[in-house]
Design a protein around this ligand. Structure first.
Ligand SMILES: [Zn+2]
Length: 73
């Protein structure tokens, strides 16, 4: 027979903030790390984050690099 006092203590320990933090940390450790953000203006990437020397609509006709594609929509 399990001791009810011990059961309550075990439940309290499992619900403690330290235990919750440990569970969160363990879950975060299992998750794969997000890919590193491209360094803006680096040798491999344009400042916009796309690969260097990428193209955009109208580039051949002299259209400048689109500055913020999110606000034009
Ligand atoms: Zn760009």
């Amino acid at each position: 027979m399990a001791n009810p006092k011990h059961e309550r203590a075990a439940r309290a320990a499992a619900n403690s903030s330290a235990a919750k933090w440990r569970r969160r940390a363990a879950a975060a450790a299992r998750r794969p790390a997000p890919p590193p953000l491209p360094t803006l203006g680096s040798r491999e990437h344009c400042w916009c984050g796309a690969p260097r020397n990428h193209t955009w609509p109208g580039q051949d006709t002299g259209t400048p690099h689109p500055r913020d594609t999110k606000e034009t929509s």
